[in-house]
Design a protein around this ligand. Sequence first.
Ligand code: GMT
Length: 384
Amino acid sequence: MRIGIVCYPTYGGSGAAATELARCLAARGHSVHLVSASRPFRMADDTFQENLTLHEIPSVDYPVLRSELYTLSTAVKLAELIEEENLDILHSHYAVPHAVSAMLARQICPRSQARLVTTLHGTDITLVGSNRAFAPVVRLGLQASDAVIMVSNWLAEETRRRFGLCASKPCRVIHNFVDGNRFKRPETPVCCRRSLAKPDQKIVVHLSNFRPVKRVNDVIRIFHRIVSEVPSVLLMVGDGPDRDAASTLVHELGIEKSVRFLGLQNDIVSLLSAADLFLFPSQYESFGLAVLEAMACETPVVCTSGGGLPEVMEDGATGYMCAVGDNDEMARRSVEILLDSAKARDMGRAGRARALEFFNPDRMLDAHEDLYETILSTPIASSS
Ligand code: GMT
């Protein structure tokens, strides 16, 4: 199949999931065109891959025109691809504005038979792209799609509740996946461990885009309790709007010697593999790709049970899930894992086993191919 995939390039789960999908579909022999405003961070390594072409959406720099034109620039780029590459499938990741750009692209190319697929990732539905006024735009994008994918059952339910998905098109849950060959703890301890912590210190890692939904101040408060019982360091990986507030709290609590803000990092596998614990106290997650990647690296997880996280984690087996905001319990469970190496090892192994069994690429790629074939054999969605 000839498949176009459009996603955000910046650090975040939807861009990561879309890039992994593009890579794996290309490896299966499909001709894949990945479209993004710049090189997606998960393609930071420059390795050439057969069947995979990257297309950059040009930015508009004429002074009269404003940055909102991203929607149109994307539509124009997608329309070019539809024409030039004769795409069978145009797959948007994150509804706003990609699903609408894809709809416009197909309207620009009325003879095209390209089918539109939209994968919803979470905040495009729950926060409606961070602005409630965009709800009608999301609805339009969903109506124009020939199929809709949601990354968890929880998100499917949220989407139904807020947008009442129609029965006239395939709407499927296809979970995110992790490539266990790349997300794998090395047999010898990762070398960065030595530079990150003293030999007697445990390493706790948090990785996110530091948005309010991640509750990064809870990460700091939980760690404050952990470090009073277990010699440890906290690595804060990522960046975002709540980074400064978290840094301020670190200073207020007097734990600045034990907390490092590492910013945006590409070598996530090394950091997750160096960790003794992955801490993720989110308000909710539609899925929680970072949790899955930590599990694949055999790192036990302490997280909340918000949103779709219970579909990824197995409480008591791959780590612990606690109520949102119950920092005492998350600290208690973290200390329990950090002080019991055998338990930490068993939970890490159970996490990897679960990741490989239920979230392996083959299973999810089969589900994507099946969906693509289904919509290619049915008429195009009428609302576009
Ligand atoms: O809102 C974010 O955290 C970013 C967002 C994204 O687009 O990167 O993440 C969402 O999509 C990820 C990939 O499907 C999921 O793993 C995250 O759980 C989801 N975030 C939320 O639901 C808050």
